[in-house]
Design a protein around this ligand. Structure first.
Ligand code: PA5
Length: 442
């Protein structure tokens, strides 16, 4: 097995072959619309070919910038939100040691700009006081409020600590080629910059410098990540019944039968942020025009002891997709115990992963028996290359699935509603009318 696999055989109790069969031509047409750029949102299809368009020179520039930052700092704060944050975090968390935080790379990458928590920023500023730190600020629009606030705070702190000139050397901006406040500032201050291509939306941007630079700073293999995406692109664009197409068909078939929520579950704690990335990808791409599957996430077996009850016996509207990692990196055996008070000596000598795999299988059988259709994405191991494959698989399936739903999978008009209200409530200049209107509602 040198590629991720997709298994949807367990949905056969819920959707029959005929119901699936009729969706394949529809999915193939959706894929054709993506390939020839005739579907909705076709200005944002740059992600389709990104993996094969990244040059060795691009990777070398990113690696060099990462190495420079690593040489002069102990900590890099990556500032961004949504698509300018989750992909990098997903890979870094998936590949980092769980306890010796970043000890495997010698570099600590932390995140800001993904919330507006005052205590978060107080604690971050305190934490950074005695650290040599750098900043990687990411915003495609260059105007998003959350990262802009974080950047104001941390830029001021860095300039106070090391002076404006040195701060300028430790700040890297990733933004639009010509538009937005961040581009203007970066040009003024002569920061090193990377460009987010116009035709790649935030949640599809993990294979641009948006994801690649923070991942390289953290010390992980970005060439392997891109290689994985190249492999999956080749598989999925050359095969007219690829795993991306199968996944889009399976979840669409279930959605049309009333399964309105998809739970992405894992049995590997390091996958938590991969799920967060997937939630954004599918939620922002499909949830519009009063339609779309609601993407939810669960970490098993942890959440089997909390959400497990609902999944097993609550309202029947859930489908489940499990990301299964075939092989762990390390070997840990369960010891025998002379007293055997917990009656677990039958597990003595077994690997922890064997128990985990039986929990996974037992859960699949229980959930299918309980009325939850189950699909599985199998990763041979948790490596940069397979994560690259996974990213492309999910992105392509999302494009196909969103197109089958009839929406534009590449816009996010609904995100503006809270922003407009927030600005009106904060009396932003230009929002006077909106401000009066919203305050009348209070
Ligand atoms: O997918 C998207 O487009 C969004 O999630 C954006 O990535 C997010 O809102 C951040 O935007 P920006 O990079 O412009 O700051």
């Amino acid at each position: 097995m040198n590629s991720i696999e997709f298994d949807y055989s367990k949905i056969c109790n819920f959707v029959n072959q005929e119901e699936l069969g009729v969706l394949y031509p529809e999915a193939q047409k959706a894929l054709e619309r993506l390939k020839d750029g005739t579907g909705k949102g076709s200005d944002y299809l740059g992600w389709l070919n990104l993996p094969v368009e990244i040059t060795p020179e691009d990777l070398a520039d990113i690696e060099k910038t990462a190495a420079d930052l690593r040489a002069h700092t102990q900590v890099v704060v990556v500032i961004g939100i949504g698509g300018s944050y989750l992909g990098a975090r997903a890979v870094i968390e998936a590949l980092s040691d769980s306890f010796h935080n970043y000890q495997n790379t010698g570099m600590k990458v932390i995140f800001a700009g993904h919330n507006i928590g005052e205590d978060y920023y107080h604690e971050l500023i305190q934490y950074l006081q005695d650290k040599e730190f750098g900043i990687c600020v990411i915003s495609k629009s260059g105007t998003t409020t959350e990262p802009a606030i974080a950047f104001r705070l941390l830029k001021e702190l860095l300039e106070e600590k090391v002076g404006k000139e040195e701060a300028g050397r430790r700040i890297v901006a990733i933004t639009d080629a010509s538009k937005g406040a961040l581009r203007t500032l970066a040009d003024q201050e002569r920061y090193k910059t990377f460009i987010i291509p116009d035709n790649v939306g935030g949640r599809f941007s993990v294979l641009t410098p948006v994801g690649l630079l923070p991942i390289a700073i953290a010390g992980f293999d970005i060439a392997a990540l891109v290689k994985g995406a190249v492999e999956m692109r080749r598989i999925c664009l050359s095969d007219d019944k690829s795993i991306a197409l199968e996944y889009a068909v399976a979840r669409t078939a279930l959605y049309r039968k009333g399964y309105a929520i998809e739970l992405l579950a894992n049995f590997h704690p390091k996958l938590h942020y991969i799920t967060e990335w997937w939630k954004q990808l599918y939620g922002e791409s499909e949830g519009k025009e009063n339609k779309g599957i609601f993407p939810a996430g669960a970490d098993f077996t942890t959440d089997l002891h909390s959400m497990g009850q609902y999944i097993q016996q609550g309202m029947r509207m859930l489908m489940e997709t499990v990301i299964s990692v075939a092989k762990p990196d390390y070997k840990v055996e369960i010891p025998a115990d002379a007293a055997n008070l917990d009656k677990l000596n039958f597990l003595a000598g077994k690997r922890v992963d064997e128990v985990n795999k039986m929990a996974e299988l037992g859960t699949q059988i229980a959930h299918v028996d309980g009325g939850v259709p189950n699909m599985k994405v199998i990763m041979p191991a948790l490596t940069a290359q397979y994560i690259g494959q996974l990213f492309y698989f999910f992105e392509l399936a999302c494009g196909i699935s969103g197109s089958m739903l009839g929406v534009n999978p590449f816009d996010q008009p609904g995100v503006e509603a809270y922003k407009n209200n927030m600005f009106a409530l904060l009396d932003k200049p230009g929002y006077e009318e909106a401000s009066k209107a919203i305050k009348a509602k209070l």
